[in-house]
Design a protein around this ligand. Structure first.
Ligand code: GDP
Ligand code: MG
Length: 201
């Protein structure tokens, strides 16, 4: 099978997803699209694990800080500081608190365009504005406004890798290679095979 059909992405059901008893619903959303679950575990992450996860991409902290500063300006508010790294640091600190507050479920999903497709069904970062029909849009109501006012992370149920490169680094960060399963699903024939011989009797 060509390599792009075996693309992998990391999904973490965050502590609020577990508390809202949405594990089954969330898994079903990815499973029913035809993606294959190749790794799964429940754990309580350490602060170090969470910090390292968000710093795997060296540019992420600055860009999340820039986005937050821009958000303050759009609302006519003055950002707490003009330094995106400093704002990024406060988001990282908030994420450490959020992500270590209880158990999470970490998963690896595999299939064609897995990274893109998982992001599409997960929805945009802010549940308030993420599309109807997406998991974040359908199951939760948090906003940048509430999170920033209360100086906490946006509670949006799920982490999903943002790019193929991010996915590779994140999967390595959360899973050992022997925890990932290589196996075939019967439905892969209808999803991927060129010829559909053998269906008719
Ligand atoms: P994601 O890829 O959609 O999860 O979004 P990002 O990678 O940009 O941010 C990671 C996580 O940080 C998000 O899922 C939110 O939980 C949190 N977060 C992102 N931006 C902000 C922000 O501006 N303010 C607050 N309070 N939290 C944020
Ligand atoms: Mg991200």
């Amino acid at each position: 099978m060509s390599e792009f059909k075996k693309e992998r992405t990391l999904v973490i059901i965050k502590p609020d997803g577990i508390q809202r008893t949405l594990i089954g619903e969330i898994i079903q959303r990815y499973e029913r699209m035809g993606l294959k679950l190749v790794g799964l575990k429940m754990l309580i992450p350490s602060e170090k694990q969470v910090e390292e996860h968000y710093l795997l991409d060296p540019n992420w902290k600055k860009s999340v800080g820039e986005k937050a500063i821009e958000g303050y300006r759009k609302k006519g508010l003055t950002p707490p500081t003009e330094d995106p790294i400093e704002v990024g640091d406060t988001v990282v600190a908030a994420l450490k608190k959020y992500m270590t507050s209880g158990p999470v479920v970490a998963m690896v999903w595999q299939g064609a365009h897995a990274v893109e497709i998982v992001r599409k069904v997960t929805g945009g970062t802010e549940p308030r504005s993420s599309d109807v029909g997406t998991i974040r849009g359908d199951y939760v109501l948090d906003s940048y406004q509430m999170a920033d006012t209360d100086q906490r992370a946006v509670r949006n149920l799920i982490h999903a890798s943002g790019s193929v490169e991010e996915a590779q680094n994140e999967i390595e960060h959360w899973f050992k290679s022997e925890e990932l399963m290589d196996y075939r699903l019967v439905q892969e024939q209808i999803l991927y095979d060129v010829n559909l011989d053998g269906i008719l009797e």
